[in-house]
Write a new protein. Structure first.
Length: 186
């Protein structure tokens, strides 16, 4: 069943939409949560919470062409909130490390102007990633969106660890320059 058909089930308030979403994306959603919270039971809870939130957000949203991204973002936010709440030390350290890496490129200020610039920042990051090679994009997204470890990225793409670390470092530097040239304070 494709995403558009699953969204139609949500719009019709048919509970099989959740089953279809789980069958199609459940493993990937659990993996996102698992990478963040590092606990099977908690990642399953995050996945289930994401289905409930998806149920509540469709309608008014209709993510016909991007259902996985829609639900993936939800499960990611739920897992991060869970991590902050429970303060899991092992993965919390990884989360802090990744946040610190990205703060080198993106300001972490939470003032009102930063909130209004969020869409512009997202567009700038997307344009930066569009200019990168497919391999660079994949590595960057696996690291900073899916929270994959360096070793997991190396295994997935058959790359040496030094190359992945160097690639990520250089991309963060280029992203910083790209954002500064775009008028963002870094």
């Amino acid at each position: 069943m494709d995403d558009s058909e699953i969204v139609e089930l949500y719009l019709a308030r048919d509970e099989s939409a959740i089953t279809q979403t789980s069958d199609k994306y459940g493993g990937r959603l659990r993996r996102i949560a698992q990478n963040i919270v590092s606990d099977n039971e908690t990642s399953e809870e995050c996945e289930n919470d994401a289905y409930l939130q998806t149920w509540n957000l469709i309608p008014p949203n209709e993510p016909r062409n991007y259902l996985f991204a829609f639900v993936g973002k939800i499960v990611r936010h739920i897992a991060i909130d869970r991590l902050r709440h429970e303060g899991r030390q092992k993965r919390y350290a990884l989360y802090c490390e990744l946040t610190d890496e990205m703060l080198e490129c993106i300001s972490g200020e939470g003032d009102v102007s930063a909130e209004t610039d969020a869409k512009e920042l997202a567009a700038a990051i997307n344009s930066f990633l569009a200019a990168c090679s497919e391999e660079q994009r994949n590595v960057f997204v696996r690291r900073y969106w899916f929270f994959d470890t360096i070793s997991e990225i190396c295994k997935r793409y058959s790359l040496p660890q030094s190359r992945v670390k160097t690639m990520l470092f250089r991309m963060r530097e280029k992203l910083k320059d790209h954002l500064m040239n775009g008028g963002f304070n870094v």
